[in-house]
Design a binder for this molecule. Structure first.
Ligand SMILES: [Fe+2]
Length: 358
């Protein structure tokens, strides 16, 4: 089920989700801008972040007041997710028989064009695309697909591969999570940059329409009760290291909180259903709160969003979890970028392209 359109209705969904639909003229402008950026090398190339900003300013200058207001709501941290719709899909109808190799796809013009378009979307909501030094080999754009096995159908060479890792480069089901790292959400702490403020995803191919589930957390937190929510702010939880981190870098964490007050969105959450546990020093209320959160999430299916080349979705990583089922069609390929809001203060290692310490 796609995210509902933005016509104002007073349902909780519409308070957390919105759609920014482009006019045909804006879609054409956006398409030309993304191609221009791709010809310049895409988000990983020096100078392209400024080209993205210029193009975003040009497109935003054509927004009507409703479009501007929607973009501003996401920029202000007031939405769980923002869908971008009405874009031109790439002109090629090139669904392959099998997913090409990762290094070939990373050089593919259409993939770089879609990554560039994602970077413009981040700029439209006042976010900066960036990469962590410890994650995704330090690259800004991540191709999300079943390269390592674990999908419903086996890859041709799967018997020769190691056991698939729990990451977006495998086909396994990924339970509800925010994106790592999990040490802090907005301001750098103890040598760690904050978690991404947002992630933006589109699809190159998604022939079976396999959805991304988005779970806005405001209602979930309200449903577990105020004292349980308060207990989640205590330093009572551990997490395990992410499988997508660069070998030898990134670490697990102990005695961190799941939830914190945030002056912009009201709260910020860090959670991963398959990586978090209670720490040895957790008190009984903290253990109970963790269990309640787990149970409430189990009852919450989230909003299913069918990513396709003419659609994208930005997810507020402090306000919503996301998840996906086991991959059924191994040709599914998403293109994801992380973004920092204007409120985030990371530890910057390189300004252009933006690389931060994880
Ligand atoms: Fe994810």
């Amino acid at each position: 089920m796609p995210i509902e359109s933005t016509q104002m209705k007073s349902t909780p969904w519409n308070m957390e989700f919105a759609t920014l639909a482009f006019t045909p003229g804006q879609a054409t402008q956006l398409d030309a801008a993304a191609r221009h950026m791709a010809r310049a090398g895409g988000p990983q190339s020096i100078g392209v972040r400024y080209i993205a900003k210029n193009h975003a300013e040009g497109i935003a200058s054509t927004f009507d007041p409703a479009q501007s207001a929607i973009a501003q709501r996401f920029a202000d941290g007031q939405l769980a997710a923002l869908a971008f719709e009405g874009m031109c899909a790439p002109q090629t109808f090139d669904l392959p028989d099998a997913l090409p190799e990762l290094n070939r796809l990373e050089e593919d013009f259409t993939c770089i064009q879609l990554a560039s378009r994602n970077q413009i979307f981040l700029e439209l909501v006042k976010h900066k695309a960036f990469a962590y030094d410890i994650d995704n080999a330090g690259k800004i754009s991540r191709l999300v697909g079943n390269f390592k096995g674990g999908g419903q159908s086996k890859l041709p060479n799967e018997n020769l591969l190691p056991t698939p890792e729990l990451s977006s480069h495998a086909g396994l089901c990924l339970g509800a999570h925010t994106e790592a790292p999990y040490h802090c959400s907005v301001h750098a702490s103890n040598g760690h940059s904050p978690a991404p403020s947002a992630l933006i995803m589109t699809a190159r191919w998604n022939p079976a329409g396999e959805p991304t589930y988005i779970i806005p957390m405001r209602e979930v937190i309200e449903s577990i009760g105020s004292l349980a929510a308060l207990a989640l702010t205590s330093n009572s939880f551990n997490f395990t290291r992410s499988d997508c981190f660069v070998e030898g870098l990134g670490e697990s964490g102990t005695n961190i909180s799941i939830l914190q007050f945030d002056e912009n969105g009201g709260f910020a959450i860090r959670y991963n259903a398959y990586r978090f546990s209670v720490s040895d020093n957790a008190t009984a209320p903290a253990i109970e709160a963790f269990q309640r959160l787990h149970e409430q999430l189990h009852r919450t299916q989230g909003k299913a969003y069918d990513l396709q080349p003419h659609r994208a979705v930005a997810i507020n990583n402090s306000r919503a979890l996301h998840a996906r089922n086991v991959i059924k069609d191994n040709r599914r390929l998403l293109i994801r970028l992380f973004g920092y809001s204007s409120f985030a203060s990371p530890i910057v290692l390189n300004d252009d392209p933006l690389l931060v310490q994880g």
